[in-house]
Write a protein that binds this ligand. Structure first.
Ligand SMILES: [Zn+2]
Length: 239
């Protein structure tokens, strides 16, 4: 196997799939999706790069499909049980869940504890509901604060302010519709402020450049030079 010359990216909708391009003495192009979700493209040494990209792009749907298939075999975080002692994150920090029986239902951060006061301490569904509601409330306070900070940063680059909504999305941290409205996943409140800001700035850049083009990444890098580090953190954080 030759040394990969560079890492390229396939665009599929909003998904970006990096792949390694390897040149070899062969006639046909071969795309492989590996069980760890990485993608390798082996191309003839003489093939024109534009043509290579074109073929890879035409196979994007298949690549995504293969990755989704392999993803089901990757180790996942065990599902939360919503019992005392379990670890839950808020703004990147881990807290220990403590279920407390009380008439007045609420959730409160207390030192290293995340306390859930509930009428029925044995009802995990109720605990989950109370906790989800609390996360959402926190997101409702925190996200607009971060948006204001990010807007200030983005305005210098000719990006106008936009309204924000919080919306559950199965596979995305954020999105932006018709270049006017930013949506953030409430789950983001469990990650760090650095990650939240990264997602907001990323979506702010979409207000100006809709697709993930070179112009998009230029703009993103100017507004937030360390975005790659933040993105990596976001991808690695276990919630
Ligand atoms: Zn994007």
């Amino acid at each position: 196997m030759g040394k990969p010359d560079t890492v390229h990216v396939i665009e599929y909708g909003r998904r970006q799939i990096p792949y390694e391009l390897v040149r070899r003495d062969r006639r046909t192009l071969q795309i492989s999706v590996h069980p760890n979700l990485s993608v390798t493209v082996v191309a003839p040494r003489v093939a024109n790069i534009r043509r290579v990209r074109e073929i890879v792009r035409s196979k994007a749907r298949w690549v995504v499909h293969q990755q989704d298939f392999f993803r089901t075999f990757l180790p996942k975080m065990p599902p939360k049980q919503y019992v005392s002692g379990e670890s839950h994150r808020y703004l990147g920090r881990q807290y220990r869940l403590k279920i407390v029986k009380a008439a007045d239902e609420r959730v409160k951060l207390d030192g290293k504890y995340l306390k859930v006061f509930t009428k029925n301490s044995g009802d995990r569904t109720r605990t989950r509901l109370l906790l989800d509601r609390w996360y959402r409330e926190r997101a409702g306070t925190k996200f607009p604060e971060r948006l204001a900070v990010c807007h200030e940063r983005a305005r210098k680059y000719g990006i106008t302010d936009s309204p924000l909504s919080i919306r559950k999305m199965p596979r995305r941290w954020g999105s932006c519709t018709n270049g006017r409205h930013i949506y953030l996943n409430p789950e983001l409140i469990k990650t760090t402020l650095q990650c939240i800001d990264y997602v907001i700035i990323h979506e702010c850049c979409h207000l100006k450049v809709p697709r993930h083009t070179i112009r998009f990444y230029d703009l993103l890098s100017r507004i937030m030079p360390d975005w790659r580090k933040r993105k990596e953190k976001l991808e690695r954080i276990e919630l």
